[in-house]
Design a protein around this ligand. Structure first.
Ligand SMILES: Nc1ncnc2c1ncn2[C@@H]1O[C@H](COP(=O)(O)OP(=O)(O)OP(=O)(O)O)[C@@H](O)[C@H]1O
Length: 336
């Protein structure tokens, strides 16, 4: 493990997000697209941030990285290894990105520079954060490309993005992200643009990283199957908020939020049940509310068959059902 990755506070979670919010100005009004989001992530842990398109997953990730475009300072607190990220000066934040936290995105092709060789791109990231030069830099680049499972890494280093497949480019992006051995890796839909077989290889690669380096991984996805097979814990997001958080096995066996239950019911199954309508899929009625026009009480209330007056009037907080299971609901499905 490199010196850059030596954790100053091994007893603390790698990442602690506390009441994070992201607000955009919209004309004279302001629109809060991430609201009261809290979770922690320990060393070597994989936490999935699960939710439908537009629910605020990417904005949460970008706020952690200090990369939200066009919004003011996010609200709340983000602690990385005990350091308050929302309050560090820009220079320090730039150093932390890459050294202690890194992010990989959905579309590797568009994230890479088309006119620079892959070796030069990874080398650039390394040069910024380490003192490595020339032969030592090249050796480290080739070693990284080998570590992410690319055959003939020395040859790949001299290639350009358009000469590689999408899966290979995503491996290069991961090599770049782990160049300085960051303690936190945020993977935002890292396999969505890839074929199913390549998806599995990339997810296996992330598992290898957490095993070998104890990297904490925030895995952003809308795919319940990816969560089930890859995460330790999951935080389900709806309309900008975490509505349920639990270990994966608990969430799938005893979902407590009606939205989570709806998501699980809408998953296609291989085996049918006697009461299934042949060929039919369950779909949660209604649509996700516009962040500029949220219901006054629970944000899921207009779509929820358990809703009553309390849900219409008052927004629930995220409360512990059990020590490892939190839910934002007045009438959770699975009681303690
Ligand atoms: N620059 C912006 N200004 C105003 N609103 C924005 C801006 N960027 C994103 N949003 C809004 O923020 C909300 C959350 O977007 P975000 O990209 O985080 O969702 P997501 O869950 O990651 O969805 P997807 O999986 O589709 O990326 C959406 O309603 C989106 O329209």
């Amino acid at each position: 493990m490199s010196e850059a990755c030596a954790r100053p506070t091994p007893d603390l979670p790698v990442l602690a997000v506390d009441r994070l919010s992201v607000t955009f100005a919209s004309g004279r009004a302001s629109v809060r697209v991430v609201d009261d989001v809290s979770f922690t992530l320990g060393q070597g842990e994989i936490l999935a941030l699960l939710g439908e398109s537009g629910c605020g997953k990417s904005m949460t990730a970008l706020a952690i990285m200090g990369l939200v475009p066009g919004a003011g300072r996010p609200g709340g607190r983000v602690m990385l290894d005990g350091e308050a990220l929302l309050d560090v000066p820009p220079d320090r934040l730039r150093a932390l990105r890459g050294q202690r936290m890194a992010m990989v995105f959905q579309d590797p092709m568009s994230a890479l520079n088309p006119v620079l060789s892959l070796g030069n791109q990874i080398g650039e990231a390394l040069r910024c954060h380490t003192g490595l030069r020339r032969a030592a830099l090249r050796d480290r680049v080739v070693a990284l490309l080998g570590e992410v499972g690319l055959a003939d890494p020395a040859q790949v280093a001299d290639r350009f993005p358009h000469e590689l497949s999408g899966g290979m480019c995503q491996r290069v992006m991961i090599a770049m992200a782990i160049a300085c051995d960051p303690g936190l890796l945020i993977a935002d839909e890292p396999t969505t643009a890839l074929d199913v077989t390549v998806q599995k290889q990339i997810l296996d690669l992330l598992h290898g990283l957490r095993r070998r380096h104890r990297t904490a991984i925030l895995l952003i996805t809308h795919d319940l199957g990816v969560v089930a097979e890859n995460a330790d814990r999951v935080a389900v997001m709806y309309a900008g908020q975490v509505v349920e958080e639990a270990p994966v096995a608990v969430l799938y066996a005893r979902p407590a939020h009606p939205y989570t239950l709806g998501l699980l019911r809408s998953m296609p199954r291989l085996e049918s049940r006697p009461d299934d309508d042949p060929g039919s899929f369950y779909a949660i009625p209604g649509t996700v509310p516009d962040p500029a026009n949220l219901p006054p009480g629970c944000r899921f209330e207009p779509r929820c068959d358990r809703a009553d007056q309390a849900c219409r009037e008052t927004a629930p907080a995220l409360e512990a059902l059990r020590p490892d299971h939190r839910v934002r609901c007045w009438h959770p499905v699975a009681g303690p």
